[in-house]
Design a binder for this molecule. Sequence first.
Ligand SMILES: [Zn+2]
Length: 517
Amino acid sequence: MASAHFSLAQAPAAVPGTSAGSLPSLGETSELSAAAERRIGDRIAASIYRDPDYIDDPVLDDYLQSVWLPLVAAARTRGELHAELDERFAWQVFLIRDRSINAFALPGGYFGVHLGLIGAVGSVDEMAAVLGHELSHVTQRHISRMLTQQSRQTPWMIAAMILGALAAGKSGDMASAAIVGGQAVAAQNQLNFSRDMEREADRVGFGVMTDAGFESRGVSAMFEKLQQASRLNDNGSFPYLRSHPLNTERIAEAQARVQLASLEAAKPSRDKEIGTGKALVLHAIMAARARILAAPGVDALRSMVAQAQRRGTPAPLQSPASADNVRDAGTLYAGAYAAAQLRDFPGAKSLLEKLRPLIAADMPQAASTVDLLAVEIDLIAGVVPSTAASVDIAKATSRAEVLTQARSLMAAHRAQDVSNRLQTWVAAHPKDAMAWQLLAVAYGNQNQNVRAIRADAESRAAQLDYPAALDRFKAAQGLMRSNPGSADYVEGSILDTRTRQTESLIKEQALQDKLDR
Ligand SMILES: [Zn+2]
């Protein structure tokens, strides 16, 4: 997920650590500089990439981006995201394989979203409410102010502390919570936002999400969910409640804001699959996918299949989509994907066919998601997807389409088509680790070994593992020297440049680490 598709097109690929050497390091100043905060964030991000619970699912990722990018753009237009922060920070969201309902902001413009949040919210607007709030913690420099209060700690210690708190916050992971133990609890108390910061993030986040074209009632719906959970004392599956305690004041302010917004002239709607019913169908499908990718266990998968089979023939599609249509779409997608996970492939396909009539002609994103699931079911089954012979990957546009079709074509031994498409893709999205990884395989299948190793190196660099990247860049250089015909002049110069760049990055990082310890 590390990728240019995350970092905003406007932001130059800010190389972490560069030009930071001249800036005061943490502790020497009362204000944490954006560069210093980004360094702490990069350290945390590098650990998240190595965490087995980090998940890059291109389908959910595209969906998340369709919420995230309008929010960031709105913050920029409103003047809350100013140019320096825009360029310095990552503005990147990590998906975390965790069933609990949580989202959080990290230093340096990194954010985390648990699969449980996507699976639990009822609409894209509720998701926008949460993400707008988290985004505003960062644009309002709450993180920086909070970290400044920790100025007696070194950046290394702060990064370790935040990672400890993250591990402790994972649901059902008592082991790691116990390991970090009291230290993490203490850390979490120190790392909580103040009540004033929460109110400010509520206020700014509301403006951001409504300006981005989302429905303001997403905020009240989310607050109702949180309130219900806190009444049930359901903090275990709602870690979001621990970091965002509800109080009557916050709730009253949010309700007043939603009321006021509904009285004002409606803001122009974002170009989404709206008509509300359409957006809800797409969301139901994405929420179903999130619940399955959160690895709920065999029993839960079986019950999803059973539930989908019980639906029989779904009610015909209404315009706009009815509540029944929305529910059926989610249930059938969940059933089809769950059946595939349980290796009942004919069952998966038949549920998927029942889902198709619920996707209207004017729901292209939902339609593409259903088509991709058909491909995915074949890939899980280990057969060449039926569409692989005819698909034109040059026409694939979304990240999910490009990467899923690439896997499909690899299965059909069309490696050259894959490398042609992915070469263009990584040129535009140089931080897309998964695309580089697939490109490495595609080159390997064509015996272009120097290119294959370099693509592998790039995928490591995209996930901030510079030593591993350097290792592979050097291996590719070695291969080229021992076998002069193995790559052309252009490839050789790119390789030399990237090797030098990575070497100096590692040197700078080592220097900075000494200062930060
Ligand atoms: Zn908050």
